[in-house]
Design a binder for this molecule. Structure first.
Ligand SMILES: [Zn+2]
Length: 290
């Protein structure tokens, strides 16, 4: 709950209702039908029997007029006001198109992302009617709001918000990525639902079929990208063994399926003769005990 930290100006309006315990599920974007600053809009909501939770002007200022915990008088429908956070955007063009600046639209996207995150709205669904959760004033009453220009931007706005709400594993083309709030994770480990570990490289791509060196240790990532653990990996230098924590074992004995193997200081399995009295067969099994 609370209000957005993007707010730069606050002028609380006396015009609001309780949400009556209804959960915030929607965002409704309006236009001011004028090129008002957030201060001018705030003054109007002191006297006119109307309000919105937020306003955004052409300079990208964000005004707060009704706390998010309360329902604004914006949509002309009590139930809708109680379920929505409402935002008024200034127009830098008049009728009939009611243009809105990119600055205001971009700030509106920032604000919507913030609203979604704080109110547990996972995804924006713009359906072009009130079944979705990104809605227009005109869905609730006879009005031109939000005007043809802003209306045409709703699919774009919804898409941009959703891009920034993406979290988790996403496949793009042949590559897997891990997103946190829409940003690709880089140079980091993440687990999947089966608790296997995966590594995201400097470009964000999940690394596959490759050794990686991380914090003084080598790890091997298999063809599916999963980190090897308690497993052998073979490369051009021979057999290496990855311990329970995924680190390449060096200079150590490995007991594997009731046989002993020795991993040399270079991280590869000893085969054939080694320092007496140890003797290994061609497969690396210890033949002669210590
Ligand atoms: Zn409106």
């Amino acid at each position: 709950m609370g209000n957005s930290s993007l707010v730069t100006y606050t002028k609380l309006s006396p015009h609001y209702d309780s949400r009556d315990g209804k959960k915030i599920t929607n965002i409704t974007i309006h236009h001011m039908a004028a090129n008002l600053t957030v201060q001018q809009c705030g003054e109007i909501f002191q006297t006119r029997e109307a309000s919105s939770n937020y306003g955004i002007d052409g300079r990208g200022q964000v005004g707060l007029y009704v706390d998010e915990k309360n329902a604004s008088w914006a949509n002309g429908n009590l139930d809708s006001n109680q379920r929505s956070i409402t935002i008024e955007l200034a127009n830098d063009g008049g009728a009939p198109n009611w243009h809105v600046s990119d600055t205001a639209i971009n700030k509106c996207i920032d604000l919507c992302v913030d609203i979604c995150k704080r109110n547990g709205i996972d995804k924006i669904k713009f359906t072009g009617n009130k079944k979705g959760n990104l809605t227009m004033h005109k869905y609730y009453m006879a009005t031109a709001c939000p005007g043809p220009y802003l209306e045409s931007k709703f699919p774009y706005i919804a898409n941009e918000i959703n891009k920034r709400l993406v979290n988790g594993w996403i496949k793009e083309g042949d590559n897997w990525y891990y997103f946190e709030n829409g940003a690709k994770l880089r140079n980091a480990w993440r687990q999947d639902s089966t608790k296997k570990w995966f590594y995201l490289g400097s470009d964000g791509v999940m690394v596959r079929d490759k050794w990686i060196y991380w914090r003084d240790h080598w790890y091997y990532l298999g063809s599916d990208g999963a980190m090897y653990a308690n497993e052998w990996a073979k490369d051009s230098k021979g057999w290496a063994y990855l311990g329970a924590d995924g680190k390449q074992v060096k200079n150590a004995w490995i007991r594997y399926k009731n046989n002993f193997y020795y991993i040399k200081p270079d991280g590869y399995m000893c085969t054939g003769e080694y320092t007496a009295p140890c003797k290994f067969d061609a497969g690396g099994k210890l033949e002669a005990t210590l």
